[in-house]
Design a protein around this ligand. Structure first.
Ligand code: NAD
Ligand code: UDP
Length: 313
């Protein structure tokens, strides 16, 4: 039985990860400050004696003895990470320093949940891990993008300087149950709007693209990466390479929900990347991983979740 720390464990992805790790017979410590996460996401795990919940802010040092650390703590939706941008940078950078310092001291493996945002508004399409990106360092997304880039730098420097056992995953847009209904990300927004009969809000022309990965696939990729030998450090892209325009997504959500909502076009979000699609050759080759759930099936599961959530609220 491994002892595993999951920071951001009460969030969307963290809660799925905690559940998977417990089901695989591990002891799981979930650390969260509940900024965007919620106890509701993990309440079903509370009866498990091998699950422990700790309220803590990752910008402050934290000491524990564990074998592995999954570092997921960081708001991921533009609305939330732009709410207090200085705090977002602190969470990424000080959080990384605190987790890397801990990993160094206790010789734990540590995995960073990095992001496709390190590629910014990419001039290279689709994006391989070797692409250095096109990021605005002073824009409204920079607190997140540059925070995550600096965290990657810290991971690689702790590895080079202190032999810390690191893994860096670059996660592309991922969706599924446990997303916050008012999280502001496109999949949850569109589904909630469709189910409530509200207007579907496309920002900009709707011609911008994203490639959407279902949460179960993503969690599987993260765990496979953590379980690799110490010489595998990444960064490795994890995402579903099937690319859609935001307009196509809106139409699919309308179709699957049978909603009569209207599509409306709002001003484009600042610094919004025009396109995003992962090259996942490394994940295929090294992790023997590729997504198995395609958009229609994943959206159906997510719609079912939000139908129940809306009834409950
Ligand atoms: P989320 O907002 O649902 O989860 C983040 C969790 O971190 C929340 O529970 C939040 O309360 C917690 N948190 C935030 N700041 C904290 C702090 N200072 N101290 C302790 N806990 C804190 O987002 P998510 O989609 O589950 O994302 C999880 C991780 O994956 C993030 O690091 C995000 O950057 C990364 N990621 C996600 C996606 C995606 O599409 N979901 C894509 C790329 C990267
Ligand atoms: N978006 C949109 N309407 C919404 C929410 C998002 O058109 O209600 C667009 C957003 O401008 C972006 C894409 O959908 O082009 C993905 O946005 P999200 O916030 O989900 O993720 P990110 O921009 O970080 O990839």
């Amino acid at each position: 039985m491994k002892k595993i720390l999951v920071t951001g464990g009460a969030g969307f992805l963290g809660s799925h990860l905690c559940e998977r790790l417990l089901n695989e017979g591990n002891e799981v410590i979930c650390l969260d400050n509940y900024f965007t996460g919620s106890k509701r996401n993990i309440v079903h795990l509370m009866d498990n004696p091998y699950f422990e919940l700790i309220r803590h802010d990752i910008t402050a040092p934290f000491f524990i003895e564990v074998d592995e650390i999954f570092n997921l703590a960081c708001p991921a939706s533009p609305i939330h990470y732009q709410y207090n941008p200085i705090k977002t940078v602190k969470t990424s950078v000080m959080g990384a320093i605190n987790m890397l310092g801990l990993a160094k001291r206790i010789r734990a493996k540590v995995l960073q949940s990095s992001t496709s945002e390190v590629y910014g508004d990419p001039n290279v399409h689709p994006q391989p891990e070797s692409y250095w990106g096109n990021v605005n360092p002073i824009g409204i997304r920079s607190c997140y993008d540059e925070g995550k880039r600096c965290a990657e730098t810290l991971f690689f420097d702790y590895h080079r300087q202190n032999n810390v056992r690191i893994k860096v995953a670059r996660i592309f847009n991922t969706y599924g149950p446990h997303m916050h209904p008012h999280d502001g990300r496109v999949v949850s927004n569109f589904i909630v709007q469709a189910l409530k009969g509200e207007d579907i809000t496309i920002y900009g022309s709707g011609e911008q693209t994203r490639s959407f990965c279902y949460c179960d696939d993503l969690i599987d990729g993260l765990i496979r990466l953590m379980n690799t030998d110490d010489n595998i450090i990444g960064p490795i892209n994890l995402g579903n390479p099937n690319e859609f325009t935001i307009k196509e997504l809106a139409e699919l959500v309308l179709d699957l929900t049978g909603s009569k909502s209207k599509i409306v076009y709002n001003p484009a979000a600042g610094d919004d990347p025009r396109q995003r699609q992962p090259i996942i050759d490394q994940a295929k080759e090294i992790l023997h991983w590729q997504p198995t759930v395609q958009l229609k099936e994943g959206l159906q599961k997510t719609i079912q979740y939000f139908e129940e959530e809306i009834r409950r609220i």
